[in-house]
Design a protein around this ligand. Structure first.
Ligand code: ADP
Length: 419
């Protein structure tokens, strides 16, 4: 004999257990859901032979579940039985919503099993057409009233979330600003210390003192960079990124960024291929923000390329756009990460996999670098993406970060919703 499957949707654990046991005892296979939405999902997935649903559930009502399932072609003939505690009006409404029949609570086990068999064999409760019509009108009214209440509630919650989001952004901005001031002072003191005659002599005499003082300076710079990243990111998110557009020589910007990494490149024996003569000399952009983009892309290319590797910078002008890319010979990026790495605070994993650590470069590691690049490029009306065959620390397939942006940036802000 074929085992029939019954989906039982009930939020009350003791009823759930009791009826499940009774049905199993009678030879049925029982699948359970605690909430209406889970019940609908299970019904679509498992296509049970009969659906038994409580009326009062925490999310959707049993009536609404019936209406939803009836609109599904594959379930439109499946018997749906409502468990109601109320009287005739509730029964009529259940019929109006599309149930096959109902059982009244408290459940009498014998009646339950008899009725289940009856509905499974094609049985159906009857209701006269006048009662059905007025029940349908009442049901529609109730559903619309519930919908209205839900929409109002959602709007209220949405307003609260927007307020909270605004508070969060303000908090981030104020904190970052407040941190910047004392940090600038500490940086100043560190420079004074480094230039102080006595300290200079000590540094020359003792390498460990030199390492300490220099290390302090590098750590402060790293912290300053992090604060700048957070501030720029916060401006991008709140759409307050104000482009300061001016004639920009992109080749100069790239050259400056490469210069910034001279020590790291030498230390890591990484060759960078850059021909300034082919880069456009005139474009309209925010040079300072473009420098941040170049620095971030180069910093990553260096970070993820093993020693003795190559980094290529490519550029071409295509109509009204410039297309440039940074191609490295590093560990590569898996295709499933190609979009995610541009999200805020997303990092793939530890960079310690190869010969150097992040701290040797710009520091960071907040997972903000690429999100920031994306925000800046999009604010210029451009696009950024990555191409890479995958991640392999042995074969190093490399990654290519490509930017296409207008030579004349528009001041209008793009949609930054997906940031
Ligand atoms: P962070 O600022 O922490 O470096 P990013 O947003 O710049 O974060 O990068 C996000 C993640 O993308 C990194 O954790 C890294 O896994 C991956 N990634 C970025 N650039 C490269 C690259 N050139 N090669 C391999 N992986 C990269």
């Amino acid at each position: 004999m074929i085992t029939r499957t019954i989906l039982y949707i009930e939020d009350d654990p003791s009823s759930r257990r009791l009826i499940e046991r009774m049905l199993q005892h009678a030879g049925y296979r029982v699948i359970l859901a605690e909430r209406g939405l889970d019940g609908i999902d299970l019904a679509r997935l498992e296509r049970p032979d009969l659906i038994l649903t409580d009326i009062n559930l925490p999310d959707l009502s049993g009536y609404e579940i019936a209406t939803m399932l009836r609109s599904d072609e594959r379930l439109k003939n499946t018997p749906i039985v409502a468990l109601t505690a109320q009287g005739n009006a509730a029964h009529d409404m259940a019929m109006a919503a599309g149930v096959t029949g109902f059982l009244t609570k408290p459940i009498d086990i014998e009646v339950l099993l008899k009725q289940v068999k009856y509905y499974l064999e094609g049985g159906q409760d009857e209701i006269d057409s006048d009662r059905l019509f007025s029940a349908q009108v009442q049901y529609t009214r109730e559903v619309v009233a519930r919908l209205e209440a839900r929409i109002r509630e959602l709007e209220r919650v949405n307003q609260e979330l927007l307020k909270l989001d605004h508070m969060k952004e303000t908090f981030i901005q104020i904190t970052a600003h407040e941190l910047r001031t004392p940090l600038t002072l500490v940086f100043g003191y560190q420079r004074l210390l480094e230039d102080h005659l006595t300290i200079k002599t000590l540094m020359e005499a003792d390498d460990s003192i030199k390492t300490l003082i220099r290390g302090m300076g590098e750590a402060i710079t790293r912290m300053q960079n992090m604060i700048e990243e957070i501030l720029i990111m916060s401006r991008i998110i709140t759409k307050k990124i104000d482009l300061s557009l001016s004639p920009t020589n992109l080749g100069n910007v790239m050259e400056g960024a490469i210069e910034y990494f001279q020590d790291a490149l030498k230390q890591r024996k990484i060759r960078i291929h850059f021909d300034k003569s082919i880069w456009p000399r005139q474009m309209q952009a925010d040079a300072e923000l473009m420098r941040i983009v170049m620095i971030n892309l180069l910093s990553n290319a260096i970070k993820y390329t093993p020693d003795d590797g190559d980094i290529y910078t490519l550029v071409s002008v295509e109509g009204e756009n410039v297309r440039f890319s940074i191609l490295d010979t590093g560990i590569g990026i898996n295709p499933d990460q190609h979009t995610r790495i541009f999200e805020q605070f997303h990092t793939v994993d530890d960079a310690k996999l190869h010969s150097t650590s992040k701290t040797m470069f710009m520091g960071g590691g907040l997972g903000l670098g690429l999100a920031m690049c994306k925000g800046i490029i999009e604010a210029h009306g451009g696009k950024i993406w990555v191409e890479s065959l995958g991640r392999d620390v042995e074969t190093c397939p490399g990654s290519q970060f490509v930017v296409v942006m207008p030579l004349i940036a528009h001041r209008s802000l793009p949609k930054l919703t997906e940031l």
